[in-house]
Design a protein around this ligand. Structure first.
Ligand code: MTE
Ligand code: HPA
Ligand code: MOS
Length: 770
């Protein structure tokens, strides 16, 4: 099997059910079940908490409130504005107030019902409109501008104004937030946490326990999905179970019940954005002014970084000479919203994509043509609003190939003909591009570490700082190690991620897991090879009685040989035994930091991204204007994954991200009532995409011959960028709706385009058309 065909390292274990998740770890007979009592009020003062009855309950080992926290009552990841347990106030429905450790979950629940809390309800702010009108901002506005927006708009031949709201999204990882904490001797705490960010989980656990970080070890073998939802919010469950384990001196596991998970954890940030776009007769955008408003929820969490990414992506793939982007994050009495695939990028990009469609309809042109003429240029018009050069721009290559392979213009004509004859069922088509910046926008986070051990039998254990959440990172790291060390994958194992093996890591996020950790693994292996090469040359010279130079030593297929006479080889295992006897260290750490990225926040200028990922999609849908139902007839995707390390995994990422994006764009509506209670917090009322939402005809390809310079094996990050290809479906639905009024009426649109939204728009357009 070539390494390109390497299958997911957990594939067999997933199928046989042997894959171990947190809930599968045997915590032993002393293990207790942790339970979290949370607020049912969105905003209230806590006058008193009485836990005496719950404590006396048979089978209960601990009941904890804020007063029982030995360290800091804090779990804010960036800003310390998030208490671990509410003390005198609750600020959202789902906020943790008390913790219970009991012999089983039933006992814990029954005991929780015995806790008496005296609340005094306070007014709550729940929506963006209320927050903008009378609420509080989190952080300061983020602003990036270029050119002169006032003059730009004034000098544009046409101008359109609008507002776009984009909705929340629940992560719906199959494995809910989980953690098992096993206390060790003295202050030690071993934490098995389903976390994307073990080092931060370690830091937060240490802080709430009031112990130094070297007493806390966090380990994660794999997550059952994360999608950003476990970048910071896995810390919560970890901190709570650590507190219970600390007080009971027993292993404690918390595995959130699905509905509780949905109620307690943050979502994708809902946004409300207002914009004005100025353009000329040919469709060239001359000016774009946008204000993005994010519903941050009750604490900062990652809201500022998410807002910044939204501001960076307000342009999507288009060069705009005069542009002003302002971002604001608002505090509300909802669970703190958090990272979700795309990390603000989708919210920023949705606005311009919708605006470009309006421009096209206004000028009676095909939206694909308007997109094309506004793409960043190859030689000029090639800097973003923050003045990063758009290098290796693949927009034109992808556009040309996809327009052809999807038969875009032929199908456009067929759709126009179809719609002319069909009164209630309308078809729509849309092509949408993605340009997505790769790197953490907080520049210092772009670093990674690795620890590679070779054992005396020649087997290799790769530790790196990244976490596996289904995306195939460990498989790719296995492939990198195999090819760099010339050892076949069956002799290599990628270890569970562990903070005592690789410390001070960044979250596995920003799609940069393989970029960063791949280079760190390579760096460790480079060191090992450098140490082993002189010995290899010596052994080969002795064995074959020839002079072998170190520079011609090769490691391949479990062998070490002289490139000039490849048949003269020794086994890798032979070299390793000799290395041990020669007292050569067989273990090395690796490190990597992304070179040449920087960003000046005060000026709004710099090179925040190592490079951009590109992709495009064409989707065709059929909308029933009488029911609001839509069906995806066909989607064609061409996505740039550089020189893919593993094509099957990357194709899986593209398909999965697209479908997850389709969920956000169409079916996934989250509703809160006027008391701040989420109305659909279970799988029967929250509509994630199902098989019905997969395009009937789904054609997904990776761009060929597209090596990416200066990255591990010339590959490109692929985890998040294809999420935004789902705009093609959202705008194809819009196109079908516009056909109700023969593309003559400009109308307000929103995201998601749920069945209700489709029906509402169709009705309005019918009326307007009468
Ligand atoms: N794929 C699966 N199967 N499960 C996940 O949780 N998370 C996504 C993406 N793909 C996710 C996934 C998100 S939000 C990110 S940032 C990247 O994977 C993180 O992994 P990477 O950096 O290794 O691509
Ligand atoms: N993406 C994901 N997570 C992050 C980022 C980012 O750009 N910045 C800080 N955390
Ligand atoms: Mo992904 S939202 O950066 O975890």
């Amino acid at each position: 099997m070539s390494t390109q065909e390497q299958y997911h390292d957990s594939a067999e274990k997933h199928v046989s059910g042997e894959s171990v998740y947190i809930n599968d770890i045997d915590g032993g007979s002393r293990m207790l079940h942790g339970y979290v009592l949370y607020s049912k009020l969105a905003h209230a003062k806590i006058n008193s908490i009485d836990v005496s009855k719950a404590k006396a309950f048979e089978g209960v080992h601990a009941v904890l409130t804020a007063n029982d926290i030995p360290g800091q009552n804090q779990m804010g990841p960036v800003v310390h504005d998030e208490v671990c347990l509410a003390n005198n106030e609750v600020t959202f429905v789902g906020q943790a107030i008390a913790l219970i450790a009991a012999e089983n979950e039933d006992i814990a629940r029954a005991a929780a019902n015995q806790i008496k809390i005296d609340f005094e309800e306070l007014p709550a702010i729940l929506t963006l409109d209320e927050a903008i009108e009378k609420g509080e901002m989190i952080g300061t506005p983020r602003i990036i501008e270029r050119g002169n927006i006032k003059e730009g708009l004034a000098n544009s031949r046409h101008r359109l104004k609008g507002t776009l709201t984009t909705g929340a999204q629940e992560h719906w990882y199959l494995e809910t937030q989980s953690c098992l904490c096993v206390p060790g001797e003295h202050k030690e705490m071993n934490v098995f946490s389903s976390t994307q960010h073990p080092s931060e989980t370690q830091a937060i656990v240490a802080e709430v326990l009031g112990v130094p970080r070297n007493e806390v070890v966090v380990e994660i073998r794999r997550m059952g999905g994360a999608f950003g939802g476990k970048e910071t919010q896995a810390n919560h469950v970890a901190a709570w179970s650590a507190l219970l384990a600390y007080h009971t001196k027993k292993p404690v596991k918390i595995h959130l019940f699905r509905d509780d998970d949905q109620i307690m954890t943050g979502k994708r940030h809902p946004f409300k954005s207002t914009y004005e776009i100025g353009f000329n007769d040919d469709g060239r955008i001359n000016a774009y002014q946008i204000e993005l408003n994010a519903n941050a929820g009750s604490a900062t969490d990652l809201s500022m970084a998410i807002l910044e990414r939204a501001v960076f992506h307000a342009d999507n793939a288009y060069f705009i000479p005069n542009i002003s982007v302002v971002g604001k994050a608002w505090k509300t009495n909802l669970a703190s919203n958090t990272a979700f695939r795309g990390f603000g990028g989708p919210q920023g990009m949705a606005v311009i994509e919708n605006a470009v469609d309006r421009v096209a309809q206004f000028l009676k042109k095909d939206p694909a043509e308007i997109r094309y003429i506004n793409f960043y240029g190859l030689t000029d018009k090639n800097t973003t609003h923050y003045e990063q050069l758009v290098e290796n721009n693949r927009l034109f290559t992808i556009y040309d190939q996809l327009i052809d392979s999807s038969e875009y213009f032929q199908r456009r004509k067929a759709i126009t003909d179809f719609n002319a004859k069909s009164k209630y069922v309308k078809r729509g088509l849309a092509l949408t591009p993605v340009k997505f910046g790769i790197s953490f926008t907080t520049s210092f986070l772009n670093q990674a570490g690795a620890l590679v051990n070779i054992y005396q039998d020649g087997t290799v254990l790769v530790n790196h700082g990244g976490t596996e959440m289904g995306q195939g990172l460990h498989t790719k790291m296995l492939q990198v190690a195999a090819s760099e060390l010339g050892v076949t994958p069956q002799h290599i194992k990628v270890n569970a991620t562990n903070t005592s093996k690789v410390p001070n890591t960044s979250a596995t996020a920003a799609s940069s897991g393989s970029d960063l950790n791949g280079m760190a693994v390579k760096n460790a292996i480079d060191k090992l090879r450098t140490r082993l090469t002189p010995l290899a040359a010596k052994l080969l010279s002795q064995k074959f009685n020839a002079s072998v130079s170190e520079s011609s030593i090769a490691f391949e297929n479990d062998k070490v040989f002289d490139r000039n006479s490849p048949s003269n080889s020794i086994k890798f295992t032979e070299l390793i035994s000799a290395a041990y006897l020669n007292q050569i260290s067989l273990s090395a750490t690796g490190f990597y930091k992304t070179p040449d990225i920087h960003f000046d926040k005060t000026k709004g200028r710099g090179k925040p991204f190592h490079y951009f990922a590109f992709g495009m999609a064409v989707s065709e849908v059929e909308v029933d204007t009488l029911t609001g139902h839509y069906q995806n007839i066909r989607t064609d995707i061409l996505h740039d994954a550089g020189k893919s390390i593993n094509e099957n995994i990357d194709l899986g990422q593209v398909e999965g991200a697209f479908i997850q994006g389709v969920g956000w764009c169409t079916t996934e509506v989250i509703k809160w009532n006027d008391k701040g209670h989420m109305l659909n917090h279970s799988p029967d009322t929250y509509k994630i995409p199902s098989v019905q939402d997969i395009p009937k005809d789904f054609r997904v390809e990776l761009l060929k011959d597209a090596p990416n310079p200066n990255t591990i094996k010339q590959s490109k990050a692929v985890g998040e960028p294809p999420f935004m290809l789902a705009f093609s479906v959202w705008l194809a639905i819009k196109d079908a709706l516009a056909a109700v009024a023969d593309h003559n009426i400009d109308f307000d649109y929103e995201l998601p385009a749920s069945n209700e939204v489709i029906l509402k728009v169709a009705r309005e357009l019918c009326k307007g058309n009468e």
